[in-house]
Design a protein around this ligand. Structure first.
Ligand SMILES: [Zn+2]
Length: 333
């Protein structure tokens, strides 16, 4: 009680001394009707992986529309029930685009690159360069861009519509099978036309800077590739290791934390080979859950970092709590 009284006394004293004006919090009659803010927090998040520093930068949300159009082998009612039980809207699913950047101390590596100039999924995508700027990362400082596959929402942010390279000093890493499939001129007239146009627009400007990784081999020191085909012919995941810590980057192994994760045998309309994608998904999920490896899922709710645990004949995603006061490891001198 005594303490309360003395604290109030101090506050009153402070106001009398003009401290309110100094801190900018002087109450005025106008502030009672302050306008709603149009500002949101910057779209990046930083955390350590051993001696490495990871940053998730967003390319913005990607609305995929009514889910029964993209999920196969599951009824509309089952989808509705699963979404409702998880307090999610049933009329449209919105995917995040969590681009992972890893600073190893000697290299700056980005995984995938977002939609870039394409507005095929609406105006909220294409935010990558802005998010990089907000996070203090200079695109010219990026040494490597490692792509999980060559779909529009993963390689779309590499170059401008005129073919200007946004990452002028980067080597682009991709599975050769995916490069060949999605830049194939013969597919410019078929169903996959839009995807092929954008893969060509973004990958061909780096023709002399392409490097093709192999299954089970290091892409760059500290990052190992693992083929996980089906979503595309060369779709791959990556294991990042520093000291005794690991982080997996799983690209499009799953697109949704509930629908394709709790029921992992569900097929996805954008898969090149949906049956093979299910097999790869089960294999990757088994590894992540058994070894308790934390991972980044490109399309999971922001920032997409967490773990998987076995649940019945599916898996449950456990998001890692964000730590906003932890100081990232110091930069090497
Ligand atoms: Zn994707």
């Amino acid at each position: 009680m005594t303490q309360d009284v003395s604290r109030r006394g101090l506050m009153l004293g402070g106001a009398a001394l003009g401290l309110g004006a100094a801190t900018g919090f002087m109450p005025t009659s106008a502030s009672a009707k302050a306008p709603f803010s149009a500002l949101q927090v910057p779209y990046y998040y930083r955390f350590p992986v051993g001696k490495f520093q990871a940053t998730i930068v967003s390319d913005g949300p990607l609305p995929l529309g009514e889910p029964s159009g993209t999920m196969k082998g599951i009824t509309k009612d089952e989808i509705g029930k699963a979404l409702t039980e998880n307090f999610l809207p049933t009329d449209s699913i919105v995917l995040e685009q969590n681009v992972l950047v890893v600073n190893t101390g000697s290299r700056l590596i980005m995984f995938d690159s977002g939609m870039g100039t394409s507005k095929a999924f609406g105006p909220t995508t294409g935010r990558l360069l802005r998010s990089l700027r907000e996070s203090g990362i200079n695109p010219a400082a990026i040494d490597d861009v490692i792509c999980s596959h060559a779909h529009i929402d993963h390689v779309g942010g590499l170059a401008s519509a005129k073919g200007k390279r946004y990452f002028p000093n980067a080597t682009i890493h991709l599975a050769k099978s995916d490069y060949d499939f999605w830049t194939d001129e013969k597919k410019l007239t078929g169903d996959l036309k839009a995807f092929v146009i954008h893969a060509r627009q973004n990958l061909l400007p780096y023709k002399d800077r392409m490097k093709f990784f192999e299954d089970g081999k290091d892409v760059v020191p500290g990052v190992q590739a693992m083929f996980a085909p089906g979503h595309t012919v060369g779709h791959s995941i990556f294991i990042i290791k520093s000291e005794n810590k690991s982080l997996a980057y799983i690209g499009d192994t799953t697109h949704h934390q509930i629908l394709l994760t709790e029921k992992p045998r569900t097929e996805f309309a954008y898969d090149t080979d949906p049956k093979q994608a299910v097999q790869s998904r089960l294999k990757v999920f088994d590894m992540l859950s058994k070894d308790r490896v934390p991972f980044v899922a490109y399309h999971f709710p922001w920032p997409g970092v967490g773990n998987l645990a076995k649940q019945g004949d599916g898996y449950r995603f456990h998001a890692t709590p964000m730590e906003l006061v932890k100081i990232p490891p110091a930069k090497k001198a």
